[in-house]
Design a protein around this ligand. Structure first.
Ligand code: PXG
Length: 441
């Protein structure tokens, strides 16, 4: 197959979340990866500034994960997920619980972040029904939230571009987002905006808490362009959910397993949800897998109300829930995070990254905001002729040409550095972004 010029060879594949026409005219084909670098079809090494898609913090092609996957495939390739088990899934659930805040002590496996968001919100409704409150069905998300591409995710998600094509979704409401102009260029958690959590009171006044099942938010909004929570915001949201008997779900698909310089966003920001969705870094991106952790009371309520013991308590799950090969990859990945101290490493590198990223303030035209936490960061770029997406796209393409993969999304350029990144690599990617911005028309 010719991958550079013969666009007809690229026609059949309808690529996800991709500008298909542009890509097929200008393919960026990745053929190998090692550590912090991709190799492209021309044999160039390209620095991976997003850890895959926030997935590969431990670096690419780690032999420990590769070997665990190979071993597992040689022993047990698949076991039916329903009504039968295999040891890896039970071990992994325990190992996940070990690194989560106290209380989140049961784990349901999915295959993606979207399925984790769907699963958590379905469990929320099941929980209230089994507690004798079947009216509590409404799910509240947040503007600029991203919870995946399923009907649930696009409904309680809050990114307009991901919603407008589809029309009617499921019922959902949205809290206001936390991107305040007075917080521009904050380092780490912004100072202003904890009061934005109080908008939940308005939704309770509108619908009554007897109709509300759960609030779902990302502790740090990722896809919308790295929005760390204002100081005190998540604690305030937690207190309001407690006050009104509403479950709080953290979507930690990007934030869990090290990106925040802590095991979870809950740990980093000091607020514990009732349920937590995970994916991405769980297997270091090597095999698709997601998970939802829930508090014991939620598990017990649903399971104890399940009727006779031979009946299924929660008629929910996926053929590949807890897939043996995914479990093997996740166990090996968790081993690596522990053994190599990669959570601490991410925490140590975070201030170095913060300084480098914020050096782009003022030095460059068009940069209207810079945000960061842990090893996640983003720049907001001024719109060109009313098109907010154009300059971020141009910056990302210029970076790619210079040998750096950075993410462009909406009016932002985003970075999610590998936990194994070093100072020189941080400086190099920041310099490339700075140059790219200065080269804009
Ligand atoms: N929740 C959150 C918080 C996410 O970030 C999903 C759910 C959906 O996960 P799946 O595995 O179903 O795609 C995500 C995914 C980006 C980017 O660059 C982010 C995601 C996916 C692709 C790109 O911001 N997040």
């Amino acid at each position: 197959m010719h991958i550079n010029s013969e666009s007809s060879a690229l026609d059949a594949y309808w690529m996800p979340y991709t500008a298909n026409r542009e890509f097929k005219r200008n393919p960026r084909m990745i053929t190998a990866a090692e550590g912090c670098y991709f190799t492209d079809a021309d044999g160039r090494e390209v620095f991976d500034g997003l850890s895959g898609l926030w997935t590969c913090g431990a670096g690419h092609n780690r032999p420990e994960i590769r070997e665990a996957v190979t071993r597992q495939l040689g022993r047990l390739d698949y076991a039916p997920a329903f009504q039968f088990g295999h040891p890896g899934a039970f071990e992994l659930a325990e190992r996940i619980v070990d690194v989560l805040p106290d209380g989140l002590d049961h784990v349901f496996f999915t295959n993606s972040g979207s399925e984790s968001a769907d699963t958590a919100t379905k469990i929320a409704r099941a929980y209230w029904r089994q507690r004798g409150k079947p009216g509590k069905t409404r799910i509240i998300g947040r503007a600029k939230g991203y919870h995946g591409a399923s009907w649930g995710g696009i409904s309680f998600g809050g990114i307009g571009a991901n919603r407008k094509l589809w029309g009617q979704g499921m019922e959902a409401d949205h809290l206001p987002h936390t991107l305040l102009p007075q917080n521009a260029f904050s380092r780490g958690q912004p100072e202003h905006g904890d009061y934005l959590a109080d908008a939940l009171e308005d939704l309770v006044a509108l619908h009554d808490a007897s109709n509300i099942a759960a609030v779902i938010v990302e502790p740090l909004a990722g896809s919308a362009g790295v929005l760390p929570p204002p100081v005190g915001y998540l604690a305030r949201l937690r207190a309001l959910c407690d006050k009104h008997d509403i479950l709080l779900i953290f979507d930690e698909v990007i934030t869990a397993f090290g990106r925040m310089g802590a095991w979870t966003g809950a740990e980093a920001f000091g607020a514990v949800p009732d349920m937590m969705g995970m994916a991405k870094q769980l297997t270091n991106g090597a095999i698709p897998m997601g998970a939802v952790a829930v508090k014991g009371e939620i598990y017990r309520t649903v399971v104890d109300a399940g009727g006779p013991e031979h009946l299924i308590e929660l008629p929910h799950g996926y053929t590949y829930s807890g897939h043996p090969v995914a479990c093997a990859a996740a166990l090996a990945s968790l081993d690596l995070l522990h053994r190599d101290g990669l959570i601490e490493r991410a925490r140590e590198m975070a201030p170095i990254f913060e300084n480098a990223l914020h050096s782009l303030k003022g030095a460059n035209r068009y940069v209207t905001d810079i945000r960061n936490y842990g090893l996640a960061g983003a720049l907001t770029i001024e719109a060109a002729h009313g098109d907010p997406a154009l300059r971020p796209y141009q910056i990302a393409m210029k970076c790619w040409a210079k040998g750096f993969f950075v993410r462009h999304g909406g009016d932002t350029v985003q970075l999610g550095l590998p936990f194994i990144v070093d100072r020189a690599q941080i400086d190099a990617v920041i310099n490339a972004i700075g140059e790219a911005i200065n080269e804009l028309e």
